[in-house]
Write a protein that binds this ligand. Structure first.
Ligand code: SD4
Length: 335
């Protein structure tokens, strides 16, 4: 199934936030409201575990949800959820079948961050289908946090990963077509903007995240985007929440977007408010914001979510309260 065809239970005005309405309940339910104190605050009590991801990736969130239901950690859920899309040859922006760089090489970026604030990443790695798992191994089995290129690939092989050709016929054809003009221009919301950023909270309330991508299609050889860079493509603070990004990595990197969102939540902003402010920073600093897309998702410790993008066309998928739902978040550029 093409992920873009996945049922989109979207409303144009929807904020992409799992609304608390359906599950709203009174705070301090053990206390009967007295006459004097009859006005009680209604606050959304969202349930954990939960998982949220960028784009229409229902199969990935479903896998992550299954792992969470087994009582496993948010990190396990993130890894297994992301692996689903990495192995999907149809998805042309993640793992197998990812669109190559301008020289025809598929190079992958990925990272994970866990509840302890540990982080691992691979950048510009070739020939390995599951960079998310290699990133986890970097975090768990090395004294480093980032391995790049050939070193990352050699490390993966030493950990038992197999070398495989990641360039599918479809992606090769698309590249050959691109070579006719060789024009590099980031395009808003097409299949080359499908990075998976995923945030999960497990039954213990602990948060982890991951991000995996083949980066921008036809990029210069050696180009690394935001996705594997701590604070930009992903940031987790288990005391506060997490955030992750998709879209034009250069813009996310310049504003350290995911770290910014988590810090804004630490200061009391909701995940939605924090995502909106992070998009606002990009828009303010980049006069050409009409030409590129960036989307953020965030979750706080309570399992409340937020999502926002510069332009229309961004989607998120959330598995929460037993429902796997794709939504279209609100966006900045209403024109
Ligand atoms: C990058 N942020 O490499 C990634 C691309 C992306 O959906 O998000 N694609 O810049």
């Amino acid at each position: 199934m093409k992920r873009r065809k996945f049922i989109q239970s979207a409303s144009l005005t929807g904020l992409g936030v799992v609304s608390g309405a359906a599950i709203a309940c009174k705070e301090n339910t053990s206390e009967m409201p007295s006459e004097k104190n009859a006005v009680t605050t209604i606050s959304p009590k969202t349930k954990i575990p939960m998982v949220i991801a960028t784009w229409n990736v229902a199969k990935s969130t479903e896998k992550a949800w299954e792992v969470l239901q087994e009582g496993k950690s948010a990190l396990d859920a993130i890894e297994q959820g992301c692996m689903v899309e990495e192995a999907n040859a149809e998805g042309q922006s993640v793992g197998l079948g990812g669109l190559p760089d301008r020289d025809g090489n598929v190079t992958l970026d990925a990272c994970v961050m866990n509840k302890e604030g540990n982080y691992g990443a691979v950048v510009c790695m070739q020939n390995i289908v599951h960079p998310i798992s290699v990133a986890r191994k970097v975090m768990e089995n090395t004294p480093h946090v980032i391995l790049a290129g050939k070193g990352a690939e050699a490390f993966a092989v030493s950990e038992g990963f197999k070398r495989e050709n990641l360039l599918t016929e479809a992606s090769k054809k698309a590249w050959e077509e691109w070579k006719k003009t060789s024009k590099y221009k980031p395009i808003i919301n097409i299949e080359n903007h499908d990075t998976i950023g995923m945030l999960a909270i497990d039954k213990n309330g602990d948060i982890s995240g991951g991000c995996t991508t083949s980066g921008l299609a036809y990029k210069m050889a050696g180009r690394v985007g935001d996705s594997p860079i701590i604070g930009s493509g992903l940031f987790i603070d288990n005391e506060v929440g997490g955030a992750t990004a998709t879209g034009l990595g250069e813009e996310v990197l310049k504003t350290v977007g995911s770290f910014l969102i988590v810090e804004l939540m630490r200061q009391g902003k909701s995940p939605q408010e924090a995502c909106e402010e992070a998009i606002g920073r990009i828009v303010k600093k980049s006069p050409n914001f009409e030409d590129f897309q960036v989307g953020y998702i965030a979750v706080n410790k309570k399992g409340e979510t937020g999502a926002y993008s510069i332009h229309d066309g961004f989607y998120t998928t959330t598995y929460q309260n037993d429902k796997n739902e794709s939504k279209k978040p609100d966006f900045y550029n209403k024109k």
